[in-house]
Design a protein around this ligand. Structure first.
Ligand SMILES: Nc1ncnc2c1ncn2[C@@H]1O[C@H](COP(=O)(O)OP(=O)(O)OP(=O)(O)O)[C@@H](O)[C@H]1O
Length: 264
């Protein structure tokens, strides 16, 4: 995988955007992700569920370059991106949020989104913050407002991110991830810490973001009813192995899935 420039290729409808083939990750004697193969199709919302420690976050880390696989391959829009570092994976169009919120808590919502965008602009973070390139800075600010508007936080743009509720922080994280203009968005437990009404709004919100940005979405979520309602297809991991993939109704009836969740 050296010397070949990776280009973001145009995606066709109904094609596989992401393809994992035999993805495996060992940590010493533990196999956290074990020979996992699946594909995510363009435009779908693809859920990833499984009991604690099943390997879901490790799989996201493999897909975003944070953790290199022990074996197996990952293809994005027809290109082999196995083992690419996180910044290249992000530049190719795979964005993500994290289970543990990673906002700059003392910066405003607007500044958080602007900083994320500077990862993509020529002026960069430092000159962006000092306002050196004014034309680009104006564009970055306009885009940041548009993203805050999309996630319903434009009326709180000046507030420190650390003061926001979990729900608002998670929506701000999504705005930050979108600032990198991804085609695929991986959401790691977006409902974690949300109250009931925030959870209730999440399904409509994620669908709206998917539609407006023409995204493919992959989501890890523990709240099974939410996943079943939100996702077009669902994959289930158990002890690192993929035990089911399919539409929510079929997966929910699968005896291996029932056993994994209820312990037989
Ligand atoms: N860096 C690491 N070093 C060693 N073991 C790890 C590492 N990362 C994950 N693991 C182990 O791999 C297994 C899968 O962990 P992972 O966090 O991917 O599961 P998960 O399905 O996301 O769990 P949860 O739902 O609790 O977040 C666990 O046994 C975990 O302890």
């Amino acid at each position: 995988m050296t010397g070949v420039p990776l280009m973001a290729a145009p995606l066709m409808a109904a094609e596989a955007v992401l393809q994992a083939s035999g993805l495996t990750r060992r940590f010493g004697g533990l196999i956290a992700v074990n020979d996992v193969s699946f594909e995510v199709r363009r435009g779908e919302i693809f859920g990833l569920i499984g009991p604690n420690g099943a390997g879901k976050t490790t799989l996201f880390n493999l897909m975003t370059g944070l953790t290199p696989p022990s074996s197996g391959t990952l293809t994005y829009a027809g290109q082999d991106i196995t083992g690419q570092p996180p910044h290249r994976v992000a530049a190719l169009g795979i964005g993500r949020t994290f289970q543990n919120i990673r906002l700059f808590r003392v910066l405003s919502a607007l500044e958080n989104v602007k900083i994320a965008q500077h990862a993509r602009t020529t002026s960069g973070l430092i000159s962006g913050l000092s306002g050196r390139d004014r034309a680009e800075e104006r564009l970055v600010t306009e885009r940041a407002w548009a993203l805050l508007d999309l996630v319903g936080l434009s009326d709180r743009a000046g507030e420190e991110a650390g003061n926001f509720s979990y729900g608002d922080q998670r929506r701000l994280e999504i705005a930050r991830a979108l600032a990198l203009q991804p085609r695929v968005l991986l959401l790691d437990e977006p409902a974690a810490g949300m109250n009931t009404s925030e959870k209730g709004e999440l399904t409509g919100f994620i669908r709206r973001v998917r539609d407006e940005y023409d995204l493919t979405v992959m989501v890890i979520e523990h709240h099974v009813p939410l996943v079943m309602n939100l996702c077009d297809r669902v994959a289930v991991l158990n002890f690192g192995q993929l035990i089911a993939v399919g539409d929510p109704a079929t997966v929910q009836r699968d005896p291996r899935v029932i056993e994994a969740y209820l312990g037989g």
